[in-house]
Each structure stands twice: as structure tokens, then as C-alpha cells.
Write a protein that binds this ligand. Structure first.
Ligand code: SF4
Length: 297
């Protein structure tokens, strides 16, 4: 069957081993699964988020921090049943939630694995994605995902084309955000402040991207009720992962002026959420993919 899971709709016959733009065949490959302490506080909590990093990505941004896990060679193949068992093992290790990182190109298999463990998994499921999603694919996850953690990266088609080869990014991200909020309803937290349902939108401020960042915030506010979502405004961009021939405009870090002006705009629009400190810039928050961790396997 020709794959149309993501907006690329590149039509690769993954069941026959063909790899699409995302770089992956139909078989599941997981690069790392472990408790992760560096997500937002209501996701990581005190014990860590049960992150499952999938190999491959349908977006492949030029500045990606996780480009080391773009292909099957970076991961461990597993069946849908094994993925379900992995979720249960992470819960057994004390994870606050199951955090599916870059899962879009495996959305059908992830939905199948979640359906298998439904009733046995007692922690929230987080779909942590690039925001470049098809509504039709998100509907496979309805009732299986509790928390959506999408990026909303750009409004500008030029930026989206140059950095992610996806000029139509904003159109898909807007429809996806509306669908996510429709599925989960307003954001909710438990007595310990852990997020149990809803949508938290991440936006990474880019060098020279201050005005587009403001446009992203305006678009979110025009699409969903600001009070119903949380915003995670990130300043951790680093050019350390840019290839030598990558765009020169973003070959620097974000200045305090750039980040602060976007933050002020967010506050003026009524967003609440999480604002990163200057100390978060750099590579310290990037998981070590050379260390393969698979609880229970
Ligand atoms: S998920 Fe991969 S194979 Fe499927 S349409 Fe997107 S890029 Fe193509």
C-alpha cells in the first residue's frame, strides 16, 4: 500500500521495503527508549517521561538535533506487540507518561500498539511531533492519545521551505492543531501538576525569526482558545547541528532581545506555559543516541 501518513504523501510502498521521504520502511525501528528528565516540568515530573524515540522523520529539518537517528541503522527493529510491551516496561520503571517522539511516520503502528495495551497501561500517552501532520492520520489516534505535544515552527512558506522543505507547513500545522484540541479538549493536570490531557504547543525561536515567531503565536491564538492550551517557548536553538552547506542566516544563536520580544508577545496574547532560560542553549539536552536503552528487552 502506498504510504500517505504524512503531508508529504510520497506514496512509498513501505510494506515492500521502500523508504519514503521519512527514510523508513514499514517495519518499526526504535532508536532509544528511556526515562527522560528534560521535557517540560508537567511532562518530565520528578521521575522522567517514558520517551520512545522512533528512527526516521517525515520533516527532517536542516537544524535537527536528532539527525543521528534518521535511518533504520540507528534503531532496533520491533513488532507492534514488542512496542506495546515496551510501553508497559517504561510504566514499570516509573515513567509519568509514554512520550512518543517523532511518531508520525509510524502513526498506524503506534495506534495498533496502544490499542493492544489499552486497559493495561495506566499513564497518559503523549504524541510528541513536528506539527506537520495530516488530520486523517491524527484521527487514527483519537481516544488513544491523551496529550499532544506538537511543534508549530513557521508561518513563512519561505522559512518552511528552506529549513524543512515543506512550504505548506503552516497550512497543515494549523489544521492539525485544531484537530488535536478537538480530540483532547482543554489542557488538564493532576494533583501533582502533571499534564494528563490536552495540547502543549512548542515553538522554537530561530535566529532572525522573531517576526515569524510572532506570526506563529498569532496563528495559534486565532485557531484555538489560548486558555485551552499551554505554550512551550523554546530558546535552545543551536547551530551546532547545521551541515557545513546549511543556511547561513541561522548560523548563530538566538539573542536575548529576539527571545524576549517573542515572549512578551506571547504574554500579551494571554498564553501561559513554559519559557526556557538562557542556560538551555546548547547540546546538553540532546539524548545520547550512542547509548541504546530498551527497558524490559
Ligand atoms: S510517512 Fe514517510 S513514506 Fe509515508 S508519506 Fe510521509 S514521508 Fe512518505
Amino acid at each position: 500500500m502506498r504510504c500517505t501518513l504524512c503531508p508529504r504523501q510520497c506514496g512509498a510502498d513501505r510494506e515492500k521495503g521502500e523508504r519514503g521521504y521519512c527514510g523508513m520502511p514499514a517495519e518499526l525501528y526504535v532508536a532509544r527508549a528511556a526515562l527522560h528528565p528534560f521535557e517540560e516540568p508537567p511532562i518530565s515530573g520528578t521521575r522522567g517521561s517514558g520517551t520512545v524515540f522512533f528512527s526516521g522523520c517525515s520533516l527532517r529539518c536542516v537544524f535537527c538535533q536528532n539527525s543521528a537517528i534518521r535511518g533504520p541503522e540507528s534503531g532496533r527493529p520491533m513488532t507492534v506487540e514488542q512496542l506495546g510491551e515496551l510501553f508497559l516496561a517504561l510504566e514499570g520503571e516509573g515513567a509519568h507518561n509514554i512520550n512518543l517522539v517523532t511518531p508520525t511516520h509510524y502513526a498506524d503502528r503506534v495506534a495498533a500498539a496502544l490499542a493492544l495495551v489499552r486497559g493495561r497501561l495506566h499513564i497518559p500517552v503523549v504524541f510528541n511531533c513536528g506539527g506537520y501532520e495530516r488530520v486523517e492520520t491524527l484521527r487514527l489516534l483519537e481516544g488513544l492519545v491523551d496529550v499532544y505535544l506538537p511543534d508549530f515552527k513557521y508561518i513563512s512558506p519561505q522559512m518552511a521551505r528552506e529549513y524543512s522543505a515543506a512550504a505548506d507547513y503552516a497550512t497543515y500545522a494549523t489544521a492539525a492543531l485544531a484537530e488535536m484540541v478537538r480530540q483532547t479538549g482543554p489542557v488538564r493536570f493532576d494533583a501533582d501538576g502533571m499534564m494528563t490531557a490536552g495540547v502543549m504547543v512548542r515553538h522554537l525561536v530561530l535566529p532572525g525569526g522573531r517576526k515569524d515567531s510572532a506570526a506563529v503565536l498569532d496563528r495559534i491564538a486565532a485557531t484555538v482558545p489560548v486558555a485551552d492550551v499551554r505554550l512551550s517557548l523554546m530558546r535552545q536553538y543551536t547551530p551546532d547541528f547545521l551541515p557545513a552547506d546549511g543556511p547561513r542566516f541561522i548560523r548563530r544563536r538566538v539573542t536575548s532581545f529576539e527571545y524576549d520580544s517573542v515572549m512578551e508577545h506571547a504574554v500579551a496574547l494571554g498564553f501561559t506555559g513554559y519559557f526556557q532560560t538562557k542556560e538551555s542553549v546548547g547540546t546538553a539536552y540532546t539524548p545520547d543516541f550512542s547509548e541504546r536503552v530498551f527497558p524490559g528487552m
